[in-house]
Write a protein that binds this ligand. Structure first.
Ligand SMILES: [Zn+2]
Length: 225
């Protein structure tokens, strides 16, 4: 089991949400890519500092730079999924989300030959309105999520949330361990991961979310946000 505090989204500069009106997705292939070179530079830096990370990879990138994804995995880092087309969840129906998720997961697994169980939504777009995504993630075999950002932002964020672990489970309920800063959150996540048996926790910028397949209950999560 890997618990990393340092995470990276593997995507190109023209794929960010801020550019989606200027750079339509069908034109992505026309732009010079920088993702491989920049990611390799980051890999060298992490190696020098002996830091392990989770890299949330765009499926589109995995399809075109499979060697890069293998390089990240070979360096000992964890590979997660960051969707295929970098579409925010509030712009998609649940079925569109599922289709995009499967496309991305398959592309990443083709590249690495290993299952992907970690997910981060484009622009942290799992919010109060898009919590339905948790049930789909669980049903598709994902074991943890790193998409919830406890801040005010014009496009995302769940400001009412706190630095806690969310357990998406009817049988267990939502466990919570208040933490006042980054450090205790990291400590809690590590401790929980070590002691939790078959459960996996992911560390986001502020929230740790665990997904328990078959018992996910997004309605209950709504009470938290
Ligand atoms: Zn992104």
């Amino acid at each position: 089991m890997i618990v990393n505090a340092f995470t990276v989204d593997v995507e190109d500069y023209f794929q960010v949400t801020a550019f989606e009106r200027q750079v339509p997705r069908h034109r992505w292939d026309e732009y010079p890519s920088r993702v491989a070179e920049n990611t390799q530079r980051l890999l060298r830096l992490l190696e020098r500092r002996r830091v392990s990370a989770t890299f949330f990879v765009l499926g589109w990138v995995a399809d075109r730079f499979a060697g890069l994804i293998r390089e990240i995995a070979a360096a000992g880092h964890e590979i997660g999924c960051h969707s295929y087309w970098h579409r925010c969840l509030h712009d998609m129906t649940p079925e569109e989300f599922r289709t995009d998720l499967r496309l991305a997961r398959d592309a990443i697994e083709r590249a690495t030959g290993s299952p992907v169980v970690a997910y981060r939504a484009p622009s942290f777009s799992i919010t109060r309105k898009t919590l339905w995504a948790m049930e789909i993630l669980a049903a598709e075999g994902f074991r943890y999520d790193s998409s919830i950002f406890p801040i005010y932002h014009d496009r995302y964020g769940s400001p009412a949330s706190t630095l806690i672990s969310l357990r998406i489970s009817r049988s267990i309920g939502r466990g919570a361990s208040p933490a006042g800063s980054w450090f205790p959150l990291r400590m809690y996540a590590t401790r929980a991961a070590v002691s939790s048996g078959d459960s996996v926790f992911g560390l986001s910028c502020g929230i740790v979310s665990r997904i328990r397949p078959k018992s996910c209950a997004s309605e209950r999560c709504l009470q938290r946000f």
